[in-house]
Each structure stands twice: as C-alpha cells, then as structure tokens.
Design a protein around this ligand. Structure first.
Ligand code: PEP
Ligand code: MN
Length: 266
C-alpha cells in the first residue's frame, strides 16, 4: 500500500490559516451559526452576536441535505448570497455545505470554507472537485464511516493538491437511540496522535440535544480536538431545522469561556 498524505511520516502537521486564525495551532477554533440560513435578518443578527462572543468562523447551510425531500431544502443560491453579504458586513469568514459538484466553482465566489457533509463523505467526485480548489474544507465523518474510510476521503481531496482539510467528528450511527448519534471521542484522540490533519468536533449533530452540547464540547476539547462547530441561534426553538440541538448565545458564551480554561491546562 502506498504511503498516505494524511500520515505524519508524509510531512509536517497541517495547520490552516483562515483570516489570521491558525486552525490546528494552540488556540481552539469556534465555528458557529444556525443549521440553515433562514433569512438575511436572522443571519445578520446571529452573526453580530457571534462576532461579539469572539467566534472565529460563521456557519449556515444554504443547501440542506434533509432526510425527507418534503422538508426545507435551504435557500440555495439566495442563501449563498446572504452568507456573502453577512460575512462582509461583520468581517468574518463563512463556511457552508456544498453537496453538488456543479456548485463547487460557484461557491468560491461566496464563501471561504467548504463543508462536505456526512452524507457526502463517500461522494468521490465531489471530493475530487473540492480537491482541485485551494479552499479550506471541513470534511465531516460519514454517518457510518470507519476512521479509515474517513481518512481515505481526506486523501481523495489531498491527492488532488488541496491539503487544507479540517476533519470533523460529528458522531456515528450506533445501536443507541437516546441521542441522535454517538460521538467517537477515540477518533479525535487517535487522529491527533497519528495523523497530520486538524480535527474538530460537532457536538450538535453528535448529540442532537442542546442540553448535551456543553458537556460534550468540553469532552472533545479535553480529548485534543482543535475546535468546535456548534449550531446556535438567537431563538433556538424557532430554528427552521435542527431546533432541538441548537443552543442559545448565552450557552455558547459559557462553552467558549470553558474551552479557554480547559485549553490553558492541556
Ligand atoms: C450540518 O452541519 O449542517 C449537517 C447537515 O451536518 P452533517 O453533515 O454532519 O449531518
Ligand atoms: Mn443541522
């Protein structure tokens, strides 16, 4: 088997600079925003609060991979437009999920980081397409992907020349039903020890329950995660999608404060 680009023996650890913030460096990156972009007004209000809290990167889905085709699918191009305007207004970089190879090129005009969602981790055409860009990529772990399959998905992107990959553990499907997914803390610690890429945790999709986001965020940071991606909203209960796992600005503030404390003792 060939040596993989993700392996530590292939080079230095990969750190990713986004607007002066070094992902994979000593500070923990905080990425936050609503599950879906809902409107300009709600996005700008959320973004202004996130900026005050010191959040580094905004998130918001314009293309939503919903289980049912009858559920809200996102504002699509209008959502990209809103993200671009809001990002400019608050001077924060923005990340959104791209699901279709045909949207990759277009997305580069609107956003600074592409997210590959869990359902698309095995979409090798999409991985190759984002690999041809130089844009940083958040690569979510597939819903039932092994660590090996996930790393090979990263390898697809890297083999095309783009090494700016942030792995994201977002929980995997297990026999457990009380929580939405089961977060694999082992994966975070394992990847940090053995591979070159930064890895972050998504405690929102990982748990599905807003009251678990705080404790699980801290567990991820303690295990070595380079940061967190968390769904937040001014009125979490009113979120159009994933309301049950979306946290308030107050809760996010608490998390950011505790993450700093934990990071100081790591
Ligand atoms: C998301 O982050 O909006 C999302 C859909 O996550 P995942 O792909 O992990 O389910
Ligand atoms: Mn969501």
């Amino acid at each position: 088997m060939n040596k993989l680009l993700v392996e530590k023996s292939s080079g230095e650890n990969i750190n990713i600079d986004i607007n002066g913030f070094n992902i994979g460096g000593k500070d923990k990156v905080i990425i936050s925003g609503p599950c879906a972009v809902e409107s300009y007004d709600s996005m700008i209000n959320i973004a202004m609060r996130l900026k005050e809290l010191g959040v580094n990167i905004l998130r918001g889905g314009a293309f939503k991979p919903r289980t049912s085709p009858y559920d809200f699918q996102g504002l699509e191009e209008e959502g990209l437009n809103i993200l671009k305007q809001v990002s400019k207004k608050v001077s924060m970089p923005v990340s959104t999920e791209i699901m279709d190879t045909r949207d990759v090129e277009k997305a580069l005009d609107y956003i600074q980081i592409i997210q590959i969602g869990s359902r698309n981790m095995y979409n090798y055409s999409l991985l190759k397409e984002v690999g041809k860009t130089g844009i940083p990529v958040i690569l979510k772990r597939g819903i039932s992907a092994t660590i090996r399959e996930w790393l090979y998905a990263a390898e697809y992107i890297m083999s095309q020349g783009n090494e700016k990959i942030i792995l994201c553990e977002r929980g995997i499907r297990t026999f457990e039903t009380y929580t939405r997914n089961t977060i694999d803390i082992n994966a975070i610690a394992y990847i940090k020890k053995k591979y070159r890429l930064p890895v972050i945790l998504d405690p929102s999709h990982g748990t599905g329950l807003r009251e678990l986001v705080y404790p699980v965020s801290l567990a991820g940071i303690a295990a070595g995660a380079d940061g967190l991606i968390i769904e937040s909203h001014i009125c979490p209960e009113e979120s159009i999608s994933d309301a049950r796992q979306t946290i308030s600005m107050e809760e996010l503030k608490k998390i950011i404060c505790s993450v700093k404390k934990i990071n100081n003792v790591l």
